[in-house]
Structure formats: structure tokens, C-alpha cells
Design a protein around this ligand. Sequence first.
Ligand SMILES: CC(C)(COP(=O)(O)OP(=O)(O)OC[C@H]1O[C@@H](n2cnc3c(N)ncnc32)[C@H](O)[C@@H]1OP(=O)(O)O)[C@@H](O)C(=O)NCCC(=O)NCCS
Length: 156
Amino acid sequence: MTQREPNSDRPGAGGGDDLDAPGHGEEHVAVRPAQAGELPAIRRLIGLYPDELVQDELPRISSFFVAESNGSIIGCCALQVYSRRLAEVRSLAIHPDFRGKGLAAQLVDACRRRGIERRVRQLFAVTSEPGFFEGCGFTVHTGWKTAVFANLDPDA
Ligand SMILES: CC(C)(COP(=O)(O)OP(=O)(O)OC[C@H]1O[C@@H](n2cnc3c(N)ncnc32)[C@H](O)[C@@H]1OP(=O)(O)O)[C@@H](O)C(=O)NCCC(=O)NCCS
């Protein structure tokens, strides 16, 4: 992992622009559904990864989960439900200062639980990081693109 200067890309706070970056001392990170007004902070986080993540036509705010540390959004992930058959895990990003702490796995798990609640049978992701998703229980199918799937319904 390329280490950047701490807080060189300052995580966005929930909708505001001027809050301080989270400290690295006593961190408490909460993973929760995103709230109205947090899309700008999510957009800034996703903007850190222009090569990995689609920047436009983001899912609606109600589709997102976020990881929050000291009032700043430092992780995000969305579950876009297409039908009872299929939903997509998208827009997964963790601020560089907070990688390697299990936060992405927690966010994907939040999406998985929402999918189960909504009785969606299968999740997929289109990703440059298939190894990460395999660790989350997805299975890689290779072809002209790579798609990863996780069955939520054992009969699917
Ligand atoms: C990929 C990314 C989301 C991982 O976030 P993270 O919070 O560091 O990941 P976690 O700490 O939750 O990792 C959970 C597990 O996956 C593993 N893992 C993390 N990144 C991985 C990768 N790129 N390939 C394989 N395994 C990976 C971790 O080692 C960890 O394994 P463990 O449970 O055995 O310890 C983060 O690096 C990121 O934001 N990257 C840029 C944006 C991006 O590529 N998004 C995904 C495209 S959809």
C-alpha cells in the first residue's frame, strides 16, 4: 500500500467542508447508514480514486453505508438493488489513512445484511479488487469483465 502523508487528502465531514481531519489517537469508527446531506463527503472520498471508482451517477444517499470517525466520513459503500434477483455492491472506498482496519469488510457486510433483509438472492460487484471481495465470500467468474457474486439464497 502506498502510504500518503497523514491526512494529505483530508476526509470529508458529513456534508461540511471545514471540519478537522480525524485524529489517529483514540479513534472510534462507526459503520452506519448514510444520512441526508452526506453525499458531498461521500463524493469527495470517491474522488480520491478516479481510476478505481465510477465518479458519476452515484447511487442515491439511501443506498449508502458510511464509516465515520470523529465526525468525518472515512469510508463508504452502496448497495444498489436492481430486483429481488440481483443487487450490486458499489462505490466502496476507504480513506488511505484508514485502510487495513477491516472497515471495507464491515461496509460490505452491512450491504450483505441489507440484501438479506430485502430478500435479494444474489449480490455482485464489478471491481479491480477481486481478491478483497473473495475474502468477503464472493466468487470470481472470469470473462471479458470480471464479476464477483455471493449467493444469499442457498437455492439460487
Ligand atoms: C480495497 C479497499 C476498499 C480495502 O479497504 P480496507 O478497509 O483496507 O480493507 P479491509 O481492512 O476491510 O480488508 C479486509 C480483508 O481484505 C483483505 N484485503 C484488503 N484489500 C485487499 C486487496 N486489494 N486484495 C486482496 N485482499 C485485500 C485484507 O487483508 C483483509 O484480510 P483479513 O481479514 O484476512 O485480514 C481499499 O483499499 C480502497 O478503498 N481502495 C481504493 C478504492 C477501491 O479500489 N475500491 C474497490 C473497488 S470496487
